[in-house]
Write a protein that binds this ligand. Structure first.
Ligand SMILES: Cc1ncc(COP(=O)(O)O)c(C=O)c1O
Length: 385
């Protein structure tokens, strides 16, 4: 009866697009252990290496003892433990917003906040390379949507000029640092367009928090008075833990508590996770050295890819893509790197546009100069052969 699944899987496999999970037996400190081998890990979003820090593991263990492993219910039922209120207060202070609301993870946040604030009769304008969770939220909302070319504020302006007046409310969505390209949104232009065309603005800082900003708060400065209407952050990347938040004003928070289905109908973050999140936020202020080193290593790798390999890359963040034009070649490179004990993933369509498969290198505080030099040597030998 379910032969179609077999057929679909065969098609995915034939196109070189089959995805599978592999069991990892150890992780952390810049390496990943699989099939009994240690590989240098360039595929982790634990950008500051916080996931193994004692401050986090200890806080999580203590919270598990005090509150238990699970939060037992959604926040509106009985899961709204004091720890989460403290965490939200800390997030709001960290981001410089009036309030913050925690959610289960970034996917859930984007997928359920967007339909809470935009509906049929509204219009959403989003960057063409926005994350799948944003796209899914937009589709769920029932609003009409317009996608502008990646980081093209001029095209966004034109779309707003032509269409904004036809709809009740409008929402512009972008990421501040793009997860697969490592480049940044034209944030100031987006803020200005929001003002000019009376739109809401939602920015996803998932890959910027922890690395950018004077206090590691991301691209939107804590002290900046006018903030986006919603600023999404995740705890699962540079903060080394799990979960997400929306930083916003008090009214928006109250509204989301009443209208965001991912908040209302989902179990609250578990206490050990909330405690680790809080510990990670407290640690961030002291990670200035790590942040700069990560960006320096990434810049070095990016220069190498362009100058020595003559290949395309993009951005100026800790995420360094090596963009190829062929899925098979990208998979070959993934395997070649793995054979040389380097773990970096091939990113294929539909995660990225069809003609831009890539290897995504994610530089973290657990890497050092030798790791980067080793990676460069292996890349050179691949492209020479
Ligand atoms: C920009 C962006 N937003 C949201 C998410 C989802 O966050 P989470 O992994 O917490 O579900 C991701 C994950 O990669 C992301 O890149």
């Amino acid at each position: 009866m379910n032969d179609w699944i077999q057929d679909e899987l065969a098609k995915i496999t034939e196109a070189g697009l089959l995805r599978q999970t592999r069991a990892v037996t150890a992780i952390g400190h810049g390496t990943i252990t699989m099939d009994g081998r240690d590989l240098i890990d360039f595929a982790s979003n634990d950008y500051l290496g916080l996931s193994h820090r004692e401050e986090l593991t200890k806080a999580a263990a203590e919270a598990a003892k005090r509150w238990g492993c699970g939060s037992r219910a959604s926040r509106l039922m009985s899961g709204s433990i004091g720890l989460l209120h403290r965490l939200e207060q800390a997030v709001a202070e960290f981001q410089g917003t009036e309030a913050a609301l925690c959610l289960g993870n970034g996917y859930l946040a984007n997928c359920t906040i967007i339909p809470a604030i935009a509906r049929r009769g509204d219009a959403i304008f989003l960057d063409r390379l926005c994350h799948a969770s944003i796209i899914d939220g937009v589709l769920l909302s029932g609003a009409i949507f317009f996608r502008f070319a990646h980081n093209d504020a001029a095209q966004l302006e034109q779309l707003l000029r032509e269409n904004r007046h036809l709809y009740r409310r409008a929402l512009v969505i972008a990421e501040t640092v793009y997860s697969m390209d490592g480049d940044m949104a034209p944030v100031e232009r987006l803020m200005a367009l929001r003002q000019e065309f009376n739109t809401m603005l939602m920015l996803d800082e998932a890959h910027a928090i922890g690395i950018f900003g004077e206090h590691a708060e991301g691209i939107i400065p804590r002290h900046q008075e006018r903030k986006p209407d919603i600023l999404i952050g995740t705890f699962g990347k540079a903060l080394g833990s799990y979960g997400a938040f929306a930083a916003c004003d008090r009214n928006m928070k109250r509204f989301l508590q009443n209208r965001c289905r991912g908040f209302i109908f989902s179990t609250a973050l578990p206490p050990p996770v909330a405690a680790a999140n809080l510990a990670a936020l407290e640690l961030l202020e002291s990670t200035g050295g790590e942040r700069h080193r990560v960006l320096d290593l990434a810049a070095d790798l990016r220069d190498f890819i362009e100058a020595r390999l003559g290949k395309a890359t993009s951005g100026s963040s800790q995420i360094v893509p090596l963009i190829l034009d062929n899925v098979q070649k990208t998979l070959d490179l993934e395997r070649y790197l793995a054979d040389a004990d380097i773990f970096a993933r091939a990113i294929r369509p539909p995660t990225v546009p069809g003609n831009t498969p890539r290897i995504r290198f994610s530089i973290t505080a657990d890497h050092n100069d030798q790791d980067i030099e080793r990676l460069k040597a292996v890349l050179l030998s691949f492209f020479k052969t």
